[in-house]
Each structure stands twice: as structure tokens, then as C-alpha cells.
Design a protein around this ligand. Structure first.
Ligand code: UD1
Ligand code: UDP
Length: 366
């Protein structure tokens, strides 16, 4: 038996590890152990995903919570070290690019436990993003690197990673999407907002570069005001964004807009239903860029770069600056049905986690 310990901490991690745990627990040679760092802890940011994705209660909950980068990373490391010693896994699986990913990788590697990184090789080229540092550092010391798109293979090759440590496995985020999209339709979420058969826009924003500073956040508010004159907008607000909107006095201004539906973060199934029926999505999320490409829904990403270029090159994603006029012009095109068609990238087929499970067993089970 191969004892595989997966680390989760944040909302996107639950969706990715949901697919992996599903595949691991169906594999006869894998024993799956789950550790939740507690980086995200609100019910709407954590528990609801365990329920909807049918993840079992984590075997260990570290309860780390929020803090500065150094504090959060250090707390996770200190709490995780004895847990890994006690659980003694054969391999630790980390996903994505959050602080929990890097902290767990550092601890495991120094205990001589091999680390498999899912979603390796992605690079935005922007070292002011905390996620870019997490990606670079994790890939530099992890043992086995599972890649979602060609750019990941190219970056790892350029960084000198030996080819035999890299596997092009596909995208586990899309495994969950394929598994749950019909269940999502049954939630009736779109109808609940009174938007059935109506063109509407779905929005998510949470990157520090946009939401932590008054000027870009003000431009975002202006952008939302502009879009609501063309179509209703549904905006489930990430806790970081809610805090900043409140701090800069922008929340009341948005609250006053009749055709803007401001909500708490919604569950995975509800979000999937909103996404698959949207006329367009406006975001700075990593996962949402991929999900909209898989669904063929127009995506306007308000960022100067992306670590997921395949969504722009062959998918439905477009990068735009935080310039309200330019965004409104693109939005008008999306609402008029004048958007590029897009293709689903290779191996985003709903079976990535099965391929990873099989490879882990072949590689690590003696
Ligand atoms: C983190 C990840 C980011 C990822 C995002 C997914 C890092 C560096 N960032 O960003 O890459 O895209 O998760 O959503 O790991 N908060 C709550 N309740 C919660 C969680 C957070 O109120 O359950 C608030 C806290 O005030 C906290 C702030 O949100 O300080 C930010 O949380 P944090 O986990 O540090 O970063 P995210 O912005 O969520
Ligand atoms: N999501 C959700 N509810 C929401 C907003 C997002 O379930 O209110 C899901 C969505 O499927 C998205 C995923 O959470 O792809 C990833 O979350 P997030 O955007 O927070 O993280 P990122 O992918 O940017 O790291």
C-alpha cells in the first residue's frame, strides 16, 4: 500500500484535492490521508466544499488561520512537522500555489518525504505575486511535478528540471467540474437570483494587487457600475475583498446598484451553476480562468499577466487592464455573442486525478 498524504488549506485546494482524494480512495493500492492547514476557515470558504465535494473530514486540522505571509507560513510549518512524523506518509501531495503549498513542501522535503506537486510549472513571470514565489520555490524542491498545460512543461525544462521528474497529467480542477456540473444545474442557483434565461455577468476578484489598494479598487467599482448598465452582475465577495471595499468606503456605493447582486462567497455547486449559465465572467482568479475555458464561457481576466496562458491562446480567456472603458467595450462584445470560440486544452478531460494516482503507485510503491 502507498500512504499518500494530501495537504489542503484554501478554497481552490479543496476543489483540486476533491478530485485527487476521489481517485486515491478508489485505487486499490493507495491509502489516502487528508491534512487541512486551516488557512481558510469560514464555513463558506471551507466546510461547504468538504460537504459538496464529498470529501471526508480531514484526518488532521491544524487551525492556522490568517496572518502575514511569514506568520502563516511559519505556523503551518511548525504545526505540520510533528503531524508528518506521526502520520509517516510515503509521499506528500501538494496542489497549486498558496502559502499552505509552500509551507508543507518545505517541511516534507526536510523530513526526506518525497513531495508531488500538482499544477507544477505555471509561471506568471510576476514576482510581486505571492503565488509566483510559492510556485518557483515549490517546484525547485518537490520530487515529482504534475503539469496541466504545455507552458508548464516549457518552464520546467527551461529551469533545468530533469525530464523524468515531470508528468503531463492534465487538470484536476476540470475533473471536479466534469464530475459535478450536472449536480450544479440541479441547485437552481441562477433561478434563485431571478436570472433564468437572462444574460448576466458573474464576477470574482481577490488578488492583493487589485483589491488591497484604493486606486485599483476604485477603478474596479467604476467598472462594475459600467457593466451593470449593460447586464445584471452577480458578485460573490471573497472575504479579503469585502474587507477592503468596506475599509475604502466602496461597499455602500456598490450596494446601491439595483442590478448588482452582492453576496457572500457561494458554494462550489452554486458557483458552477452561475458560471456555466453566465453570458460572461469577470475575474482575477486562477481557477476561474480554467473553468470558463473548459465550459466555453467568455472570460475577462483583469490582470496584466496569467500563469495559465493556454486559456488565452486556445481558450475563451482575454487579459485586460483595469480600464473601465476597455472592459465595457469587451463586455458589449461578449453580451452580443461576438466572442472567440475556444477549445478545451489537451488532457482537460476529467481523468487527470486517475492518471496521477496510477503514476504515484508506479513511481513510489515498491
Ligand atoms: C489565498 C491564496 C491565493 C488564492 C486564494 C484563494 C496565498 C498567499 N494566497 O489568498 O493564492 O488565490 O487564497 O481564495 O496563499 N479570510 C477570512 N476567512 C477565511 C479566509 C480568509 O475572513 O476563511 C480573510 C482574512 O482576513 C485574511 C484574508 O481573508 O487575512 C486573506 O486570506 P489569505 O488566506 O491570507 O489569502 P487569500 O487572499 O484568501
Ligand atoms: N468558487 C466558489 N465560490 C465562489 C467563488 C469561487 O466555489 O464564491 C470556486 C471557483 O470554482 C473557483 C475556485 O473557487 O475556481 C477557486 O477559488 P479562488 O478564485 O478563490 O482561487 P484561485 O483559483 O484564484 O487560487
Amino acid at each position: 500500500m502507498l500512504r499518500v498524504l494530501s495537504i489542503v488549506g484554501t478554497r481552490p485546494n479543496f476543489i483540486k484535492v476533491g478530485a485527487l482524494h476521489h481517485a486515491f480512495s478508489r485505487h486499490p493500492q493507495i491509502e489516502s490521508v487528508l491534512v487541512h492547514t486551516g488557512q481558510h476557515y469560514d464555513r463558506a470558504m471551507s466546510e461547504v466544499f468538504f460537504e459538496q465535494l464529498r470529501l471526508p473530514e480531514p484526518d488532521r486540522y491544524l487551525g492556522i488561520g490568517s496572518g502575514s505571509h511569514a506568520t502563516q507560513t511559519a505556523r503551518i510549518m511548525t504545526a505540520l512537522e510533528p503531524v508528518l512524523q506521526e502520520e509517516a506518509p510515503d509521499v506528500v501531495v501538494v496542489v497549486g500555489d498558496v502559502n499552505s503549498t509552500l509551507a508543507a513542501t518545505l517541511v516534507a522535503v526536510k523530513l526526506h518525504i518525497p513531495v508531488a506537486h500538482i499544477e507544477a510549472g505555471l509561471r506568471s513571470g510576476d514576482r510581486t505575486m505571492p503565488e509566483e514565489i510559492n510556485r518557483l520555490a515549490t517546484d525547485a524542491i518537490a520530487d515529482r511535478l504534475y503539469v496541466t498545460e504545455q507552458s508548464g512543461l516549457d518552464h520546467l525544462q527551461r529551469e533545468g528540471v530533469p525530464e523524468d521528474r515531470v508528468v503531463f497529467a492534465g487538470n484536476v480542477m476540470i475533473d471536479s467540474l466534469e464530475r459535478f456540473r450536472h449536480e450544479a444545474s440541479a441547485t437552481g442557483t441562477v433561478a434563485g437570483f431571478g436570472l433564468e434565461h437572462k444574460p448576466y455577468v458573474l464576477m470574482t476578484m481577490h488578488r492583493p494587487a487589485t483589491v488591497d489598494h484604493e486606486q485599483p479598487l476604485g477603478r474596479l467599482a467604476e467598472t462594475i457600475e459600467g457593466i451593470t448598465t449593460h447586464a445584471p452582475v452577480v458578485f460573490p465577495i471573497h472575504p479579503r475583498t469585502r474587507q477592503r471595499l468596506q475599509a475604502f468606503g466602496l461597499l455602500d456605493r456598490l450596494d446601491a446598484l439595483d442590478t448588482l447582486h452582492l453576496t457572500e462567497p457561494v458554494g462550489y455547486l452554486e458557483f458552477l451553476d452561475l458560471m456555466q449559465n453566465a453570458a460572461a465572467v469577470v475575474t482575477d482568479s486562477g481557477g476561474v480562468q480554467e473553468e470558463t475555458t473548459a465550459l466555453g464561457v467568455p472570460c475577462l481576466t483583469l490582470r496584466p499577466n496569467t500563469e495559465r496562458p493556454v486559456t488565452v491562446d486556445i481558450g475563451t480567456n482575454v487579459l485586460l487592464p483595469l480600464a473601465p472603458d476597455q472592459i465595457t467595450k469587451h463586455m458589449e462584445e461578449a453580451l452580443a455573442g461576438q466572442w472567440k470560440q475556444g477549445q478545451v486544452p489537451p488532457l482537460w478531460d476529467g481523468h487527470a486525478a486517475e492518471r496521477i494516482a496510477a503514476d504515484l503507485v508506479t513511481h513510489y510503491d515498491d
